[in-house]
Design a binder for this molecule. Structure first.
Ligand code: COA
Length: 416
C-alpha cells in the first residue's frame, strides 16, 4: 500500500524528544526520514536511561522508529559537502538544535534556501525568534513553566507543577508536523520552500488556551465559578491552580474507589455534566436530589460540590474503578478509570487499534511503543524499529552517488 508521504525525503537533524517526535510521525506516514547523527555518539537519548547495557535506550527507540540513521560530522568540510548533496535532493530539513547552532555550522536559512529553494526548513526552539528569551536552551519542564502550564497545574496549596504529558516536547513536535505538512501543500501551489518555526513556549501556551480565557474572566468578574476556590475561598489577580477540577462548565474530580487505601490508582474521574444530573442521581440511588432546590442546578450545587463528591465516594467505596465505570456508563455519565502505564500497556483495545505496539529490534529484542494516535480509513501506519547508529550510512551515501571506495575513505562518517 502506498503511504501518503511516500517520496518525501526528510533530513532529520533532530535530537532528544521534540524534533524526533515530529519526524517519527512523518516517517509512519511514509516519508523517507534520514536521521543525521554525530559519529560515535549519535542522539544523546541512545544512551540516556539505558535499561539494557550496550543497547539503545527506550528513550531513543520510542521516538525514532521507521527512520534511517546516517552518521556524519557536519562541522567538517567533507561532512558539509555530503550534507549539501543531501540538501539538494531533500524536501524537508527538520532541526531542534540550540539557538544559532545551525547557523554556526554554516547552514543558515539563507544558505539552505540557496542550496535548495524548494526545501522546507523546520525548526523547534524554546522561544520564538525575536522573543527576549530567544537565546535560551530549553527542555520540557522549562517550556511547561514558560508556557503557562506549570503555574496553572497542581493544587492551590502546593508549588507550580509539571505535567507528565510532554506538553513541551512531543506536543511541540506535533505542531511542527502540522506546519511542515502545511508548507508542503503550500509548495505544491507556489513551487517554493519556506521556513517553519515552532517554539515550545508557544506550543504549551496553545494548549493552555482555556487558562488565558480564565485570566480574562477573572479580571472582569473577580472569581471563577468552576474552580474549587469558589465560593468559599479567595481569588487573587492571576488564574490559580485548580487541582483536579474540570476546565470547562462541567465540575469534576478524581474520586476514590474500592482499594484506594493500598492502590494509589484506585480512582475514577467523575464529571457532573449539567444535563446529566438526573441520571447521576439515579445511578447514585439519590432520586431525592433530582428536584431538590439545593441540588437541582449547577449554581445551587457549587457551594457544596465537595460534599456531593464525598457522597459519590461513599457510593464508590465497595466498587473497583472498573466496576464503577461499568455502572456509570449505562447512565451516560462522562467518566473513566485512572489507568496506570501497566494497565495501558496490556489493554487489549489499545493493542488491537495499533496505539500500543510491540516492535522487534535487532539488539533489544522487542519493545513496546506508542503507535500512531491518528487512524486512517485507507492506511494503517506500521511501526518498524529505530535504526542502529549509522545503520544506513552506506545506503544513503550510495544513493547520493558515492562509490564504496569513497565511503571507505570518508573519515567524517566515522567516530574518531
Ligand atoms: N556533526 C557535528 N556537530 C553536530 C552534529 C553533527 N552531526 N549534530 C549536532 N552537532 C553540534 C551542533 O552543531 C552544536 O554545536 P555548537 O553548539 O558548537 O554550535 C551541538 O552539536 C548541539 O548543540 P545543542 O543543540 O545546543 O545541544 P545541547 O545538548 O547543548 O542542548 C537542547 C540540547 C535540547 C537544550 C538544545 O538543543 C535546545 O535548546 N534545542 C531547542 C529546543 C528543543 O528542541 N528542546 C527540546 C529537546 S526535547
Amino acid at each position: 500500500m502506498t503511504k501518503p508521504l511516500e517520496g518525501i525525503k526528510i533530513i532529520d537533524f533532530t535530537h532528544v524528544q521534540a524534533g524526533p517526535a515530529c519526524t517519527q510521525l512523518l516517517a509512519w506516514f511514509g516519508a523517507d526520514v534520514i536521521k543525521v547523527e554525530r559519529p560515535g555518539s549519535g542522539d544523546v537519548t541512545r544512551n540516556q536511561l539505558r535499561d539494557i547495557p550496550d543497547a539503545d535506550a527506550l528513550y531513543f527507540t520510542m521516538l525514532n522508529s521507521n527512520k534511517k540513521s546516517l552518521t556524519l560530522d557536519t562541522k567538517k568540510p567533507e561532512g558539509k559537502e555530503v550534507l549539501e548533496k543531501l540538501i539538494r535532493e531533500s524536501d524537508v530539513l527538520v532541526e531542534n538544535f540550540g539557538p544559532g547552532a545551525l547557523d554556526r555550522m554554516g547552514f543558515s536559512w539563507e544558505r539552505l534556501n540557496e542550496l535548495n529553494p524548494k526545501m522546507i526548513v523546520a525548526s523547534v526552539k524554546g522561544f520564538s525568534d525575536g522573543h527576549h528569551y530567544d537565546d535560551l536552551k530549553v527542555y520540557e519542564n522549562v517550556a511547561q513553566c514558560a508556557g503557562g502550564a506549570a503555574s496553572t497545574t497542581g493544587f492551590w496549596d502546593g508549588p507550580p507543577t509539571i505535567s507528565a504529558a510532554a506538553l513541551g516536547d512531543s506536543n511541540t513536535g506535533m505542531h511542527l508536523a502540522i506546519g511542515i505538512l502545511t508548507a508542503l501543500l503550500g509548495r505544491d501551489k507556489t513551487g517554493k520552500g519556506q521556513k517553519v518555526a515552532v517554539s515550545m513556549q508557544d506550543s504549551v501556551l496553545n494548549l493552555c488556551r482555556v487558562k488565558l480565557r480564565d485570566q480574562q474572566r477573572l479580571e472582569r468578574v473577580g472569581y471563577l465559578e468552576e474552580y474549587p476556590q469558589y465560593p468559599h475561598g479567595e481569588f487573587g489577580d492571576v488564574v490559580p491552580r485548580g487541582g483536579n477540577a474540570g476546565g470547562g462548565g462541567q465540575p469534576g474530580w478524581v474520586l476514590k474507589c474500592k482499594g484506594w487505601e493500598t492502590d494509589p490508582n484506585a480512582y475514577i474521574y467523575f464529571t457532573i455534566q449539567g444535563h446529566a444530573w438526573e441520571p447521576i442521581c439515579k445511578a447514585l440511588g439519590k432520586p431525592e436530589w433530582i428536584d431538590d432546590p439545593s441540588y437541582k442546578t449547577a449554581q445551587a450545587r457549587q457551594p457544596h460540590i465537595f460534599d456531593i463528591f464525598k457522597t459519590i465516594e461513599a457510593w464508590l467505596a465497595d466498587k473497583t474503578k472498573f466496576e464503577a465505570v461499568d455502572i456509570l456508563r449505562k447512565f451516560d455519565i462522562p467518566c473513566a478509570p485512572v489507568l496506570t502505564m501497566k494497565e495501558l500497556a496490556n489493554d487489549p483495545s489499545l493493542r488491537a487499534s495499533g496505539t500500543i505496539v510491540e516492535v522487534p529490534h535487532k539488539k533489544r529484542g522487542s519493545y513496546l511503543t506508542v503507535g500512531s494516535p491518528i487512524k486512517f480509513s485507507d492506511m494503517k501506519p506500521e511501526v518498524t524499529a529505530s535504526p542502529l547508529l549509522g545503520e544506513h550510512t552506506e545506503e544513503v551515501l550510495l544513493g547520493l552517488g558515492y562509490s564504496r571506495q569513497d565511503i571507505f575513505n570518508l573519515r567524517e562518517i566515522k567516530a574518531v
